[in-house]
Design a binder for this molecule. Structure first.
Ligand code: NAP
Ligand code: 8YV
Length: 315
């Protein structure tokens, strides 16, 4: 029997997948080592270990000191935690887990649209706190005929559109360039915001999108507008969002992602016009399993000298 290939597992990104990695490979669990041990252990793997697996949204930069590393197989689609200067410099290929999570994330986006438009979380509290006998719950907003503006219409955005059309929402979007889709394109983020009832952010993180959605975008969205963020917290100026919610500059927000996860500012948590989720877009048993299997499939392809399934092209 041939020896198992070595794989460094950077963090405990999905215990079920990590167990499968442990079964298939000779693994080193980097996160279980003391900080002062890591450099020595990685140095001892030099020359015999060429692959690592990590969460895509957080990584340990010490992994780049493993100079024989050639593949970093990431769990997650948004690869904003990966240092592409380091991977390019060291000739490390990076894979991620696109598409298999589109449905779950799109479902959560729709849930946030409904929860904010119909004030569902407060309505639940209203019943539990026995407020109903004192009078009816305030009316919400209908979806039919309203415009959903999507910032970053890509794979997940398309899955959101597919779910939005049966709710009779009209679709508009802003990307850096228009796509061949039958939805209204706005070359300006502000124009999209002005023409949207629901403004949903699906942008990736990273320096290219940092704080792109700022106070001026919330001013354009206006006092009846609802902002939704299922992309990345880093692309939003969070203090500006909180100020817009506090002053009624926008009507409400539904958020799955934040600037400094898992920290959510108290000023946001105390507002009644927001629905807050703990970054659970892809968090279903089936989706996380599919993401993990894609990590395993990319590693298997690498060790079999076959083309990678989902390489991130980050020129
Ligand atoms: P995708 O297919 O690459 O879509 C992203 C879209 O954003 C692209 O269509 C791109 O179009 C547009 N875009 C990128 N930079 C832009 C910019 N500076 N200005 C305007 N538009 C820009 O990615 P995806 O698979 O849909 O995933 C999107 C993101 O969702 C991920 O990167 C991740 O951060 C986030 N995510 C969140 C969760 C969650 O649990 N909440 C789960 C999965 C993913 P152009 O290139 O034409 O501009
Ligand atoms: C998860 C995500 O939060 O894929 C992404 O970019 O943000 C989500 O799927 C993450 O991958 C969980 O580890």
């Amino acid at each position: 029997m041939s020896a198992k290939h070595k794989v460094v597992v950077v963090n405990n990104f999905h215990p079920e997948t990590v167990a499968k990695l442990d079964a298939h490979y000779e693994t080193t669990h980097l996160w279980e080592l003391a900080e002062e041990e890591k450099a020595g252990v990685l140095a001892s793997l030099n020359g015999t270990c060429e692959a690592a697996a990590s969460a895509s949204w957080f990584c340990d930069p010490k992994i780049y000191s493993l100079s024989s590393l050639r593949l970093l197989a990431c769990f997650g689609v948004g690869v904003d935690a990966i240092d592409f200067n380091a991977t390019n410099e060291h000739g490390i290929k990076v894979t991620n887990t696109p598409d298999v999570l589109n449905d779950a994330v799109a479902d959560l986006a729709i849930a946030l649209i409904l929860a904010t438009a119909r004030n569902l979380i407060n309505a639940d509290r209203f019943v539990r706190e026995q407020q109903w006998p004192n009078g009816p719950f305030p009316f919400g907003q209908s979806l039919a005929g309203k415009t959903l503006g999507i910032i970053g219409l890509g794979r997940i955005g398309e899955a959101i559109v597919e779910r939005s059309l049966p709710f009779k929402l009209k679709i508009a979007y802003h990307n850096r360039s228009p796509k061949s889709v039958p939805h209204t394109y706005y070359g300006s983020l502000h124009e999209l915001a002005e023409n949207s009832d629901f403004l949903l952010n699906m942008l990736p993180g990273g320096t290219g999108t940092a704080r792109l959605i700022d106070a001026s975008v919330f001013a354009s969205l206006g006092p009846n507008g609802i902002f939704l963020n299922v992309g990345r917290g880093s692309s939003v100026d969070e203090p500006a969002l909180i100020a817009a919610l506090q002053t009624g500059q926008i009507a409400g927000a539904g958020l799955d992602v934040y600037a400094q996860e898992p920290q959510v500012p108290a000023t946001l948590r105390e507002l009644d016009n927001v629905v807050l989720m703990p970054h659970i877009g892809s968090a279903t048993i089936q989706t996380r399993r599919a993401m993990g299997d894609l990590v395993l499939d990319n590693l298997a392809a690498w060790f079999a000298n076959k083309p990678l399934l989902t390489e991130v092209n980050h020129a």
